[in-house]
Ligand binder design. Structure first.
Ligand code: BES
Ligand code: MN
Ligand code: MN
Length: 462
């Protein structure tokens, strides 16, 4: 595209300043103390879209956090691309583990990013990646090179389960009608190994409460004679996986789609260095389901993990107590064709069935979502492939991801359009963790690649 790289080069500093401004807004969707910041972030995006040249830009309220919408409809006969992203971020906790302030972005050089990376909550997930699309749109407008109609839908509830986006899509089905949904909210294999995400896992998220005696007890006076709910909870959780790390919930694997040997062989050709992986995480050994490689364990196989567990005394020093209650948050990543609701129900039934009579158990369901597979045999996939090949000088590798974006299958169901997951992050960007960061290389490369997607997509659709 003529003038593309020059435009990016000339405006690099401003593109970064603008992202910094967005990153300074602590738009934490999970924390009601930040409700006003959610509105400030939405207003920032409304202004950015307007300045970039979008029409009919509006902040549309939902019962939760608002959705920012904007469009540029140039010609009925051209294809329409709907850009989806999210402006909400995960809570920054634990704060003490950040080397810089989570909402005061700074550039630091790292081993992976010697040319610099942006450190801030949301730098990669998803403010940095979403904002690339706003800048790519600005470039296509300025260079008079927008070859498609474009719509933006940027939500503020992705990190808390996109509760209101489904209804929003149903309500504004016409307004959101499109040929494809373009999303940058995933990662690629490495800076020099571009990839396109061809799958996402589904999710079932549960919370359990185990109650023993009606009050905390002296662990000397009662210990040994009354069930300790923390001990019981640990035993119950431990029993959910066998020695092969297979999940023991009856029926859990019933619907799991078996991936063919050919496909498994293909996916294991993707570059992966287990020694570097261990070194990065400072672990002596990896662990997972017997019979599968790390790449398979994190993409085509379902999992069960405790995300948090608490109960009893966790303060300073030692307090001898036999607690009355114990809690855990347990999530399961799902693969095609497991159904989130079915798995959550199976979990609840099984978890209650393994509870000893000495305790009572409550199980509640948090948000969930279905897994996704993206075909490589479509014009939109080919357009993404060609765009990346052109900007990276290398063909991208299709790769299924272990993460979840539960709204993607819903888009297909409600809007009848498929999504392209063209992410530019890295798994090492510390998403959801302290010191989240996003490479400057990735930010600018993304901005340069996105207009090429439109170029190739428009051509293929002719
Ligand atoms: N952007 C991530 C999902 C992701 C990250 C996919 C990296 C692939 C690679 C998204 O914001 C996210 O965090 N999703 C949640 C689920 C959601 C319901 C809170 C997740 O995967 O835990
Ligand atoms: Mn995200
Ligand atoms: Mn996220």
């Amino acid at each position: 595209m003529k003038g593309l790289n020059e435009y990016v080069e000339k405006n690099k500093e401003r593109f970064l300043d603008e992202l910094f401004e967005l990153l300074r807004i602590p738009s934490v969707s999970a924390d009601t103390n930040h409700n006003q910041d959610m509105i400030i972030a939405a207003e920032f995006l409304r202004n950015s879209l307007e300045k970039a040249g979008a029409d009919n830009v509006e902040i549309i309220p939902t019962p939760g956090h608002p959705i920012v919408y904007g469009e540029k409809l140039i010609d009925d006969s051209l294809p329409t691309v709907l850009v989806y992203g999210h402006y909400d971020v995960q809570p920054p906790d634990p704060l003490e583990l950040w080397d810089s302030e989570p909402f005061n972005p700074v550039i630091k050089n790292t081993k992976i990013h010697p040319e610099g990376a942006i450190f801030a909550r949301g730098a990669c997930d998803d403010k940095g990646q979403m904002y690339m699309h706003v800048k790519a749109f600005e470039i296509m407008q300025e260079l008079d090179a927008l070859p498609c109609n474009i719509k933006f839908m940027i939500e503020g509830e992705e990190e808390v389960g996109s509760e209101h986006l489904g209804d929003f899509c149903r309500k504004f089905k016409e307004k959101l009608s499109c040929d494809v949904i373009l999303i940058s909210d995933t990662s690629m294999i490495a800076k020099d190994i571009p990839s396109i995400t061809t799958g996402l896992r589904g999710l079932s998220y549960m919370e359990v409460e185990v109650t023993g005696p009606n009050r905390d007890l002296h662990s000397g006076v009662y210990g040994g004679a009354v069930a300790n709910p923390v001990n019981v909870l640990c035993r119950m959780i431990a029993s959910l996986q066998d020695e092969d790390k297979k999940i023991t919930i009856p029926g859990f694997y019933d619907e799991v789609q078996i991936v063919s040997d050919e496909e498994r062989a293909m996916m294991n050709k993707a570059p992966f260095d287990v020694e570097a992986y261990k070194k990065d995480l400072e672990i002596n050994e990896i662990e997972g389901e017997t019979g599968y490689t790390t790449l398979e364990r994190t993409s085509i196989r379902p999992t069960l993990d405790v995300n948090g567990i608490w109960g009893g005394y966790t303060g300073e020093g030692a307090k001898t107590v036999l607690p009355s209650k114990a809690f855990a948050k347990i999530s399961m990543r799902l693969v095609p064709s497991q159904k989130s609701k079915t798995i959550s129900d199976l979990f609840e039934k099984h978890f209650k069935s393994i509870a000893p009579d000495s305790v009572t158990v409550k199980v509640s369901h948090h948000h969930g979502g279905e897994a996704v597979v993206v075909t490589t045999d479509s014009d939109e996939y080919r357009a993404a492939h060609l765009a990346i090949e052109e900007s990276f000088g290398k063909a991208p590798i299709p790769q299924r991801s272990g993460g979840s974006i539960p709204i993607v299958p819903l888009f297909e169901e409600v809007l009848g359009a498929k999504s392209i997951l063209m992410g530019f992050g890295l798994d090492s960007d510390a998403l959801h963790s302290p010191n989240e960061n996003y490479g400057l290389f990735n930010y600018y490369k993304g901005i340069e690649t996105i207009p090429l997607f439109y170029k190739h997509y428009a051509k293929l659709k002719k």
